[in-house]
Design a protein around this ligand. Structure first.
Ligand SMILES: NC(=O)C1=CN([C@@H]2O[C@H](COP(=O)(O)OP(=O)(O)OC[C@H]3O[C@@H](n4cnc5c(N)ncnc54)[C@H](OP(=O)(O)O)[C@@H]3O)[C@@H](O)[C@H]2O)C=CC1
Ligand SMILES: O=C(O)C1=N[C@H](C(=O)O)C[C@H](O)C1
Length: 247
């Protein structure tokens, strides 16, 4: 049995993780925390799953590394600077592994993978992410990661800059610029988590859309991370792709 702790256990995602860990045959709940002060409740866990807040997660990761506990992280907000900081923390704790996945939905990972593959074939691409209005950050971690992957695929293919003749705009009308890719964030009551990657070239468009209909849908990915994190070859793994055999 893998002993699993949960940070953010009373939140929307954390409460689903608690249920999934309790229901799986090879995992047991070792402790839960919903504040930094409660973290010692997970001492004894082999792996902690963190679905907390972008403002809390870095301190949580430092604490877990200091206590020799592997981490499976769903919390958003990881840019290159943060990932570099995580690598620095881990360098001082060589036995500890961390998996950070911008999205644990298997279909969402495929959506990102397909978007990167399509990117070199189109002149234009923009990302629209749609979430529930209680989401803490914008754009979503998934949209941010998709933009990075799409931008990298375009750069590797030597794609020309995207056409955009806008010379006058109200601030924000063209969305956020992530590595040269425009990202638009909608916050709509009734939604959970959704994304469209919209590609266009002359006479043809392609839309790749992903919808999370409930939070249970993230749990197979979270449990996969819990089962595999200790054996991952790198101390820090970003994205579920290598665990799914995707390049
Ligand atoms: N990678 C993925 O597949 C997914 C990622 N996410 C991400 O997960 C994160 C959480 O989302 P969601 O569950 O909707 O948010 P919630 O606000 O519902 O849950 C976060 C929980 O974490 C608690 N918390 C805050 N600080 C700490 C801390 N230092 N230690 C332990 N617990 C803490 C909060 O308590 P309090 O409310 O009292 O502050 C709250 O209960 C977000 O960054 C979101 O983007 C969400 C869905 C899928
Ligand atoms: O806050 C959410 O709900 C979600 N957050 C993650 C993100 O920021 O990408 C994953 C998913 O979109 C749901």
């Amino acid at each position: 049995m893998i002993k699993v702790g949960v940070f953010g256990a009373r939140g929307r995602m954390g409460s689903e993780v608690v249920k999934a860990v309790e229901q799986a045959e090879d995992t047991v709940l070792a402790g839960i925390a919903d504040t930094a002060e409660e973290r010692s409740a997970v001492l004894g866990a082999e792996v902690v799953v963190d679905f907390t807040h972008p403002d809390a997660v870095m301190d949580n990761l430092r604490w877990l590394a200091e206590n020799g506990i592997h981490a499976v992280v769903g919390t958003s907000g990881f840019d290159e600077a943060r990932l570099a900081e995580v690598r620095e923390i881990l360098a001082a704790h060589p036995g500890v592994k961390v998996l950070i996945a911008p999205n644990f939905g298997i279909a969402a990972v495929l959506m990102m993978n397909f978007a990167a593959k399509a990117a070199p074939y189109f002149e234009s691409v923009e990302i629209v992410e749609l979430h529930h209005p209680n989401k803490a950050d914008a754009p979503s971690g998934t949209a941010y990661r998709t933009a990075e992957l799409v931008a990298q695929a375009r750069a590797d293919a030597g794609s020309a800059p995207m056409p955009d003749a806008t010379t006058s705009e109200i601030d924000g009308a063209r969305g956020a610029d992530v590595d040269g890719v425009r990202v638009h964030a909608l916050r709509i009551t009734g939604l959970i988590a959704h994304q469209e990657v919209v590609f266009g070239t002359h006479g043809e468009t392609l839309k790749i859309r992903h919808d999370s209909m409930n939070r249970e849908s993230f749990m197979p990915g979270v449990l996969l991370g819990v089962r595999r994190v200790a054996e991952l070859p790198e101390q820090l793994t970003v994205g579920l792709e290598p665990l799914l055999g995707l390049d």
